[in-house]
Design a protein around this ligand. Structure first.
Ligand code: 0O2
Length: 222
């Protein structure tokens, strides 16, 4: 392939990925607003950490091959829905659900698919709440709805998932059974820690600081 053809391919890929970057910016702004409003109104921050990424070309190619998706942009756009991804890490499980509710209740957000791996953990122990949401992005050519995968999880779930991810890749997906069993056990410990910390948090605030659904401003701290 000539350098010119390579440059054309690179430019096409960059143009394809551009709306996904804008989608991340839109969702990022929404999350920033929720966090700032919480801090301002309730002196409470339900969010520990937010990270976002557009899938790398390597990871995209791997997923296209794994899912048997046709390698053309229309098929990729239709079938790979986590090209734009945001991860919201919370202190407590209740905050993960609350933020999910607040984000998905917004009028311009379309909920395309939800996978609740917190209520129904994967067999390996993975826990996280996943939502594929459609967010409108206004380009010079008109509006487009961009899918963004938002993952909500606690610090303990995130700690487990990032270690499991590293182990998975270190062993090229062929993780020894004893390590898999230990990981599953560690996931249970993480879940116990989550439950314990949440209980302590409630006790500390004597039931004074629970996130509850309100009517007008949707979330109140009572
Ligand atoms: P990366 O490197 O994070 O981008 P789908 O996209 O729904 O058609 P998929 O990919 O199985 O099919 O969807 P799912 O279950 O919602 O998982 C999407 C993402 O969740 C993964 O993206 C991971 O980030 C994370 N995830 C899911 N299962 C696990 C798990 O068992 N362990 C860890 N550590 N993370 C998990 P990618 O594309 O696999 O990878």
């Amino acid at each position: 392939m000539s350098p010119t053809q390579l440059r054309v391919m690179r430019d096409e890929l960059q143009r394809f990925l551009l709306p996904y970057r804008f989608g991340l910016q839109e969702v990022g702004t929404k999350i920033d607003i929720l966090r700032d409003e919480f801090l301002y109104l309730h002196d409470y921050n339900p969010i520990e950490h937010v990270s976002s990424r557009v899938k790398t070309p390597d990871s995209l190619v791997e997923k296209i091959a794994r899912k048997g998706v046709d390698p053309d942009f229309a098929a990729i756009r239709a079938h790979i829905t986590d090209i734009a991804g945001v991860r919201i890490t919370t202190s407590f499980t209740a905050d993960a659900y609350r933020l999910f509710d607040l984000l998905t209740a917004q009028d311009d957000i379309t909920v395309r698919r939800v996978k609740d791996y917190i209520a129904h953990p994967k067999p390996n122990g993975y826990k996280s709440l996943h939502a594929i949401v459609g967010v409108p992005v206004f380009l010079s050519t008109g509006p487009v709805e961009v899918p963004v995968e938002v993952q909500f999880r606690t610090i303990a779930m995130d700690f487990w998932a990032s270690l499991e991810h590293k182990i998975y890749y270190k062993y090229a997906r062929q993780v020894p059974p004893e390590l898999l069993a230990e990981l599953k056990d560690a996931a249970q410990s993480a879940a116990l820690l989550d439950a314990r910390m949440e209980r302590l948090h409630r006790e500390l605030h004597g039931g004074q600081r629970q996130l509850e659904a309100g009517t007008d401003d949707r979330v109140v701290v009572v």
